[in-house]
Every structure is written in structure tokens, then in C-alpha cells.
Ligand binder design. Structure first.
Ligand code: FPP
Length: 248
């Protein structure tokens, strides 16, 4: 498929709920972990493609807080897969000027995973072509709770007046402080739910849901999502006429 998408209509920030690895594996009579391994290949393909076409921020939901409750061998396998991912993708990330970041309760990850991740986060910190943000041990409610605790402590210490708590200040205290909110949120495998992902940040994001399972989500599918986004009118609570007037 040709990359004929108009650059001016590209979303700045795309977030993806990568779902369906387990079903992909099951349909082949394989173990769930094989689905995650295939999912890691899709991560590689979509990351390099996003960088190629000029997406500035790509956030991938790789492991939720709630995923710690999965069978121990699956959790262990995913944590190991992340270590292999960092080793295997190191050169691609550096050669493509990609900055790796992570959001979530990173301290809750096993030491070996955290160490590998932090080493590439540090090495790529000055890259600026695209930010790849992995959501790991992440939960939207947990993120908001932590931000509220930080602000409440400042109020209790007399350093912050309650009326100075604004939407902007809340955003600045989330894990995603340094990033714009996602313009487009994609979910694979047909599920119609938000699964505790970026609850604050997705307030005005455009949704794109596809039945395609994550390991089958290739660049053509991604381009389809970007084209659907390019055809949307974002209204941020205003009317269509108001938006048209603003653009003339
Ligand atoms: C959801 O599918 C997927 C996950 C919980 C893990 C996502 C992990 C990867 C895509 C691979 C590793 C990540 C990186 C960044 C290298 P599911 O297991 O819930 O699928 P199911 O709903 O079909 O069971």
C-alpha cells in the first residue's frame, strides 16, 4: 500500500492498546507466550513505520498493573521478552533517533527488566525523531491516584492552594507530563473498552478499533487507522460550524 497520507493530517501522538496476542496463539494451537513473541515483532514493525512517516509520539500499552495477576509463567515470560526486546531493538532505536521512555509503576517491574529498560531509556534520552513510550505496570486510575497524592501532600504542607489545582497542573503531575495527549487511540482485537489506559489523557482522542489481532497488525492496518483519523473532524465539544469558522 502506498504511503499517500497527507502529512498535515498526521496525528502527533498515537496510543495503542495491543490486544489479541493470546487469541492469535490459541488459534494456532500454541502457548500464549508465542502470541506475545509475535506481538513483539509487530511492535518493531509499527515503531519503525511510525518513525518513518513522521509520528512524533507512539505510546504502547505493553503491560498493565492488572496484568501482574496473570499466570506466573506468562508474567515471567513477558518480563523476559521485554529484556530481549531491549537487546534486540537497541540498534534500531538508536539508528532511527528514537527516544525510549516508560510510564507506569516501573519500580514494580523485576530488576532485570527494569535495568535493561533503564539502560536504553538513558542511552536514547537525547534522540529526538520520535518518542516511543512503553506503558508498563501501568494503570490509569493508579496514575491519577499517585498524582493526587503528590498534590495533596503539597496542599498539606502549605505549598499549594487548592484553587491553584488546575487541569494543567494535574496533567503536569501525571506520568505523561512531558507528552501531548494522544490524538488517536487504536485498539486491536475488536474489544470495545478502555482497560484503565490513559484515562485522563484520552478525553478528546479519536478512537479506532479493529478486529485485527495485534500480531497481525501490520503497516497497512496502521495506515488504514491513520487515514480514518485524517478524515475525522475533531470538535473538542464545539459544533461543526464553529470548527469550520475557526479554520477559515
Ligand atoms: C494483550 O493481549 C497483550 C498483552 C497483555 C501484552 C502485550 C505485549 C506485547 C505486544 C509484546 C511485548 C511488548 C513489547 C513492548 C516488546 P492478550 O494477551 O490479552 O490477548 P488475548 O485477549 O487474546 O488473550
Amino acid at each position: 500500500m502506498e504511503n499517500d497520507i497527507a502529512i498535515e493530517n498526521l496525528p502527533t501522538h498515537v496510543a495503542i492498546i495491543m490486544d489479541g496476542n493470546g487469541r492469535w496463539a490459541k488459534s494456532r494451537g500454541e502457548k500464549r507466550l508465542l502470541g506475545h513473541k509475535a506481538g513483539a515483532l509487530a511492535v518493531r514493525e509499527i515503531t519503525t513505520y511510525a518513525r518513518e512517516i513522521g509520528i512524533k509520539y507512539l505510546t504502547l500499552y505493553a503491560f498493565s498493573q492488572q496484568n501482574f495477576g496473570r499466570p506466573a509463567d506468562e508474567v515471567k515470560g513477558l518480563m523476559q521478552l521485554l529484556v530481549e526486546y531491549v537487546k534486540g531493538e537497541w540498534n534500531t532505536i538508536m539508528d532511527n533517533g528514537i527516544r525510549l521512555t516508560a510510564i507506569g509503576d516501573i519500580e514494580a517491574l523485576p530488576l532485570v527488566t527494569r535495568t535493561a529498560l533503564n539502560s536504553l531509556i538513558k542511552a536514547s534520552a537525547k534522540n529526538s525523531a520520535m518518542t516511543l513510550c512503553l506503558a508498563l505496570a501501568y494503570g490509569g486510575r493508579e496514575e491519577i491516584t499517585v498524582a493526587m497524592q503528590k498534590l495533596a501532600k503539597k496542599v498539606a504542607a502549605g505549598e499549594l492552594a487548592p484553587e491553584k489545582i488546575t487541569k494543567e497542573l494535574i496533567s503536569e503531575n501525571l506520568y505523561t507530563a512531558a507528552m501531548p495527549d494522544p490524538d488517536l487511540i487504536i485498539r486491536t482485537s475488536g474489544e470495545m473498552r478502555i482497560s484503565n489506559f490513559l484515562l485522563w489523557q484520552l478525553a478528546y482522542s479519536e478512537f479506532y478499533i479493529t478486529d485485527t489481532l495485534w500480531p497481525d497488525f501490520h503497516r497497512e492496518e496502521f495506515l488504514k487507522a491513520l487515514k480514518a483519523y485524517a478524515g475525522r473532524e475533531r470538535r473538542f465539544g464545539l459544533t461543526s460550524a464553529q470548527i469550520s469558522a475557526e479554520n477559515t
